[in-house]
Design a protein around this ligand. Structure first.
Ligand SMILES: [Zn+2]
Length: 109
């Protein structure tokens, strides 16, 4: 489970952006290719936030689908799973979205 390490990172970012104020809500954009499980993420966030300014803060997850651009099809395709391969079978693709793991906003008290 790599969610805890990611959650610790998110809590660290949220606390530094809050600059000492208590954190109420953190919004995080998570791409489908990051393999983060939302429920695990919420649990780990609560654990990582204990004893920090983000203790008890709400975690909003903005889930992004994985989109690739396939050079064989010359088109954007939505990936059905985490394998960066076009449904046409081509591996000549560029990942457009799906690798996001960003703290979008931090709401403080
Ligand atoms: Zn294709």
């Amino acid at each position: 489970m790599h969610e805890l390490a990611i959650a610790e990172n998110i809590v660290g970012t949220a606390c530094s952006r809050a600059a000492g104020r208590p954190v109420r809500r953190v919004t995080v954009r998570i791409g489908a290719l990051t393999a983060v499980v939302p429920d695990d993420m919420r649990f780990c966030f609560d654990v990582a936030a204990m004893g920090t300014a983000a203790h008890g803060a709400a975690l909003d997850l903005d889930l992004c689908p994985a989109i690739i651009f396939c050079r064989s099809c010359q088109a954007d395709k939505r990936l059905p799973d985490r394998i960066p391969l076009c449904p046409c079978g081509s591996a000549d693709v560029t990942v457009t979205t799906g690798r996001e793991l960003d703290v979008v906003s931090v709401e403080t008290a």
